[in-house]
Design a protein around this ligand. Structure first.
Ligand SMILES: CC(C)[C@H](C(=O)O)[C@@H](O)C(=O)O
Ligand code: SF4
Length: 467
């Protein structure tokens, strides 16, 4: 096998050939689909009278449009009902496993594939969804793709891609109390910029990631795309194998041992060459909050909204737009910003460990008056696990609503929407203008524990004061 980075090795192992265009034809081991980006792809297949080539490598779920309160069918929203029916029909026609609502395994696509053990080291994974980078936490090369590429994968199980460069992002040292994986990735994006990763795969390395559990690694890889990188990954290690071993689709017996030997061989070699290396010190990272309209506009919770003079020239234009849209002024402390809505969930931070951290803050406290706070588990499994631990009771006693799994207010393609100029503290990954369902709504991104803190205080506050 070739030496080099995990990215190089996995890429080479999955290369079918070079296309006349010069692009690589890459075999895709696992194709995840959801209701938003698959209907047109299936329609294109039907037009050409094609069937899905590898239905056993295709897995479906429904996440974006599902209501998190009343899930009775038909859905109140007829468009949402149409979308779920289209997916049901396409899966049936093509023998594709569909983890539908009530199956026990439904949830956000990037939450369910890892928890089922479908996501494994050394795989190539594709999904018509930008946050597919999440699966890189397992040492997989996972790409978000567009609808025409979804068609290509359904029909051929391959993609035409150009190879990425690899940047090693090393973070070393221990995270301080109150600092979470979300803060690490917000810090990285704030430093390297939302376009800094264009053309790159990000390899997350160093002792900080080595100590993280799989859910923390998923949070980091999930947002690699927000830093412009097409995919992000962590080399597989014992923590990866321990997470995987008991999962439904993990290999067993002798196959397991063989798989581990293979996975180990895929790790980036110590003498691998990188196109770029950036090093961070974990001790310098503080609880981080975005103040603007891109995930790169982040600051420490004790910092002030930056003035144009404090910013690089290329960041000033978008900063001016952000001051106006967010109605925040340069030099204003971010702490004390009043909050209307608190959302805990999404494929970034809707896993069990996220809910546990938020519940620690909520326990024995009350949501501030006038604040709407709600918790949306990332999957049916996460919901069951949380309820078995009594987290739902902790949240409800504090005044949070406890919902059914789905993407919810991360992008509000369902009834969960901000209204008017409302401001939300959100554990999701995008703070774009109008992202959470109101064209003038405002979003501040932060860790789930920081969202819980904002809910209790009614304003942006420092989680470290409540630990
Ligand atoms: C709807 C889907 C295509 C979209 C994505 O690609 O990421 C969504 O999941 C998002 O987070 O904006
Ligand atoms: S939770 Fe948000 S970011 Fe993740 S897939 Fe759903 S809409 Fe996209």
């Amino acid at each position: 096998m070739s030496r080099g980075t995990l990215f190089d090795k996995v890429w080479d192992l999955h290369t079918v050939g070079t296309l006349p265009s010069g692009l690589t034809q890459l075999f895709i081991g696992l194709h995840l689909i959801h209701e938003v980006t698959s209907p047109q792809a299936f329609a294109m297949l039907r037009e050409r009278d094609l069937k899905v080539l590898f239905p056993e490598r295709t897995i479906a779920t429904v996440d974006h449009i599902v209501p998190t309160e009343n899930q009775a069918r038909p859905f109140v929203d007829s468009l949402a009902e149409e979308m779920i029916q289209a997916l049901e029909k396409s899966c049936q026609e093509n023998d594709i496993t569909f983890y539908n609502i009530g199956s026990g395994n439904q949830g956000i696509v990037h939450v369910i594939a890892p928890e089922l053990g479908l996501t494994q080291p050394g795989m190539t994974i594709a999904c018509g969804d930008s946050h597919t980078s999440s699966h890189g936490a397992f040492g997989a090369i996972a790409f978000g793709i567009g609808t025409s590429q979804v068609r290509d994968v359904l029909a051929s199980q391959t993609l035409a891609l150009s190879k990425l460069k690899v940047r090693k992002i090393e973070v070393n040292g221990n995270l301080k109390p109150g600092v979470y994986a979300k803060d690490v990735i917000l810090h990285i994006i704030r430093t390297l910029g939302v376009k800094g990763g264009v053309g790159y795969a990000y390899e997350f390395a160093g002792t900080t990631f080595a100590q993280m559990n799989m859910e923390e690694r998923m949070t980091v890889c999930n947002m690699a795309i927000e830093g412009g990188a097409r995919c992000g990954y962590v080399n597989p290690d014992q923590i990866t194998y321990n997470y995987l071993q008991t999962r439904d689709f993990a290999p067993t017996g002798a196959d397991w041992d063989q798989a581990v030997t293979w996975w180990e061989s895929l790790r980036s070699d110590v003498d691998a060459e990188y196109d770029d290396v950036v090093v961070f010190d974990a001790g310098e990272i503080t609880p981080t909050v975005t103040w603007g309209i891109t995930p790169g506009q982040g600051i420490g919770v004790n910092q002030k909204v930056p003035t144009p003079e404090e910013l690089l020239e290329e960041d000033r234009f978008i900063a001016e737009e952000a001051y106006r849209y967010m109605d925040l002024y340069p030099g204003q402390p971010i702490q004390g910003t009043k909050i209307d809505v608190c959302f805990i969930g999404s494929c970034t931070n809707g896993r069990i460990s996220d809910l546990r951290e938020a519940a620690k803050i909520a326990q024995g406290r009350k949501v501030a008056e006038g604040v709407k706070a709600f918790v949306v588990p990332g999957s049916e499994r996460v919901k069951r696990e949380a309820e078995a631990e009594g987290l739902d009771k902790i949240f409800q006693a504090a005044g949070f609503e406890w919902r059914e799994p789905g993407c919810s207010m991360c992008l509000a393609m369902n009834p969960d929407k901000l209204q008017g100029r409302q401001i939300s503290a959100s554990s999701s990954n995008r703070n774009f203008k109008g992202r959470q369902g109101s064209s003038s709504g405002r979003t501040l991104l932060m860790s789930p524990a920081m969202v819980a803190t904002a809910a209790i205080k009614g304003e942006i506050a420092d989680v470290r004061d409540l630990l």
